[in-house]
Every structure is written in C-alpha cells, then in structure tokens.
Design a protein around this ligand. Structure first.
Ligand code: PLP
Length: 380
C-alpha cells in the first residue's frame, strides 16, 4: 500500500521544526511563511505546547465522550474568555469541514429549513454540506450536489437582500476568504447580513477556520465588523497542528443529544493542545503581534515592483501580483527556502506565518521576495 497524495508533492521531506523554521532530511533550513495552510499559530513545537501535550499523553490520551472530560470545560472557559463569547456553548470536533458540516446541520435542525446562502470564492471544506457550500464545482462529486445552496457575490447587498427569505436556513461566510485569495467582507455588508438574518430567523455562520484564533489581529476576523453570529466555526490554528476544531453555539440554539456526535472530538490530547495554544496566545500577546507584524510587512512592501494590491489584516495577507504567483512561490521555495501559499486567485500569493514571527523573520521574507520579483523581471 502507499499513501494517497492529496496534493502534488514537493520533493521536500521535513523532519524537524522549531518556531518558524523547518529542516528537511538533508539538513536544509526553510522559513515557514505559510504554516501548512494557516495551521501553525504559535510556531512549530512551541515548548509550552510540547510540555502540555507530553504531560497529557503521560496521564490519559483518550476516552469516549460518554465520560466527564474536565479538559473540555477548561478549553471552553478559556476560549470563551479570550474570544469574548463566554456565554456560548462549544461543540468539539476534528477538522474545519466537520465544524462547518455540523454548524450547517445545527442551523437546519434549529429552523427546520434547507436553503443555504454561501458566497462566490468561498471554501468551507470537503464533507458533503461543506463542499456543497464551497464555490468550486470541481471539489464536489455528483453525490454532493445540493440544490439548496445559492452562491452570491461577496459584498453585494442588493443580491443578498433579494435572495434571503423565510425558506433560508443559514448564511455561511468566511471572516476573511482564504482559499479565495484573501477577500474580506466589509463591515457594512456583514452588518446588513446580520440584520436580515435576524429579520428572517436565519442563522448566521461565521467560518473562522482560517481567519480565526488571532490570525487577523482580533480573536475572530468578524469582530472588526462588530457583529455577533449565532454559530462560529474554528479549526486550523486552534491546535497548532493537532487536529481539533469547534463550533461556538449561541445559547439560544438548542443542541440536543443525538443531533451532533463524534468519537474523537474533544479528546484529552486535542483539548490539551487547544488550551496550550490559547495560553501562549494570551501570554505572548499574539493578537497584538499579528496586527503589528502584518502592518510592518504591508508597510515594507509598499513601493515594491510587481505588486498590484495587498489585501488582508494581521498575519493573513494576500499579495496580488502583476503576474501569476506560482512562479514567485516556487522560486521563493527552491532558491530562498521559504514556504508561502497560493490561492484560487492565480496572481495572489498568500502569507500565513505563525502569529509570533518577529521583524527578523519578516526581513528574511521581504529580502527574498524583492530578489525574486527582480530576478523574474530580468528573466522576462
Ligand atoms: N473553512 C475554511 C475557511 C478553510 O480555509 C478550510 C481549509 O482550508 C476549511 C474550512 C476546511 O478545513 P479542514 O481542511 O480542516 O477540513
């Protein structure tokens, strides 16, 4: 048997990582400015994280959700405190897709409706409902086609107003679109969406799988707009590499036994990882750092050739180039040993480094980026 390749593979075999750096089996050192799709929030193998997971592993790693797991309570309290959603309930699961799947399901349980409004450029994951609400028909199999999902242009208030009705179960929207190329819903749009959702008793689901956990400089990106969605999904940076995800559920939404379930969700190790991440975010003031470093990178990039636009906030940045990003990304990796990301917008380079990078890491990236852009110009 051999493993199924989820993506085309780089010829790189990482064997060790610390902070923002990764080493391959030849001993080559790489700067990680992508965090494996926004997963590495507090840096690779952060000592506090390693210690918390090791201690938990030495005590108990798993038992089913049929017993009391105090670590779940601890995690819910800490997440409530740091996110500002202390009165919400927390359903723990294992991936972003699973969190969105359960949020969409809960919404439909709650109001008994089927219609879902999603947005152009969206990515919500690969399970049935999540992929049906993802704006990429290539990702869904025929069995995933769902006639109840409608895609609207992001930030188009008129289209939204005309579409939402008393048959709509939920609206699902990313705090900042990641895979779509770092596109942000405006505060005005989000407030309008929230207002109309309340009017029609539609549940608003904020997918903060990529944009959450401090990446934007706020705990959740939608908090810039001052809205308060009924359902918020989180994953990626939540476990810094350990699979853990969650749905934050408004107290008015009844999630009864039997509606949702999971074997692995909320296990001891997942909770230990997620608690350790929150402790580091708090102790090292990583929201502030993400905002500061994001602004620093944006300022430094001003005036660079080849850039059409820089989008995003905090350490969730999209650099739209005057050329396809793929060549730049490959050159950054092969020549300068820096991981960056692509997006469905082919000219946009995505930056999703750990939230505790400093100016030293930013400078390494900026130098390499400017050399790469210049070299490509000479070749062209
Ligand atoms: N939602 C968003 C916004 C994402 O970016 C992703 C993954 O890229 C997902 C959901 C799916 O998460 P997972 O791959 O953990 O299922």
């Amino acid at each position: 048997m051999k493993p199924f390749d989820v993506y085309p593979l780089y010829n790189i075999t990482p064997v060790k990582a610390a902070g923002s750096y990764i080493w391959d089996k030849q001993g080559e050192k790489y700067l990680d400015f992508y965090g494996g799709h926004a997963v590495i929030s507090i840096g690779h193998s952060h000592p506090h994280y390693v210690q918390a997971l090791t201690e938990q592993l030495n005590q108990i790693a798993f038992y089913s959700n049929a017993v009391q797991i105090p670590q779940q309570q601890h995690l819910a309290e800490k997440l409530g405190q740091l996110s500002g959603y202390a009165d919400y309930n927390l359903f723990l699961c294992n991936s972003g897709a699973e969190a969105n799947e359960n949020a969409l399901k809960l919404a439909s349980f709650h109001n008994g409706r089927k219609k879902i409004i999603a947005f152009k450029g969206s990515f919500h994951g690969r399970t049935s409902l999540a992929v049906a609400a993802t704006d990429d028909p290539k990702l869904g199999a025929p069995v995933n086609q769902n006639p109840h999902v409608v895609f609207l242009p992001l930030n188009d208030e008129t289209a939204f107003e005309q579409c939402i009705d008393d048959k709509t179960s939920a609206v699902i929207i990313e705090g900042i679109q990641g895979v779509g190329g770092i596109q942000t819903p405006t505060a005005t749009f989000l407030n309008k969406v929230q207002m109309l959702c309340k009017l029609y008793n539609v549940l608003l689901i904020l997918d903060e799988v990529q944009s959450g956990y401090g990446r934007s400089g706020k705990f959740f990106a939608h908090q810039y707009a001052g809205i308060q969605p009924q359902l918020i999904t989180t994953a990626k940076g939540m476990g810094n590499g350990f699979p853990v995800a969650g749905v934050l559920i408004h107290p008015d939404i009844q999630a009864k036994h039997g509606m949702l379930g999971t074997t692995f969700g909320g296990n001891y190790l997942a909770c230990a990882a997620a608690i350790a991440v929150l402790q580091v975010i708090e102790q090292e003031k990583l929201l502030e750092n993400a905002l500061l470093l994001g602004e620093y990178i944006k300022q430094q990039l001003k005036g660079y050739e080849g850039i059409k636009e820089i989008r995003g906030v905090g350490l969730m940045l999209g650099i739209e180039l005057d050329r396809p990003a793929d060549g730049v990304r490959k050159q950054l990796l092969m020549e300068h040993k820096i991981f960056t990301g692509s997006s469905s917008n082919k000219n946009t380079l995505r930056l999703l480094p750990a939230l505790n990078i400093g100016t030293a890491e930013a400078t390494v990236f900026l130098d390499a980026f400017s050399k790469t852009i210049a070299a490509q110009k000479i070749h062209a």
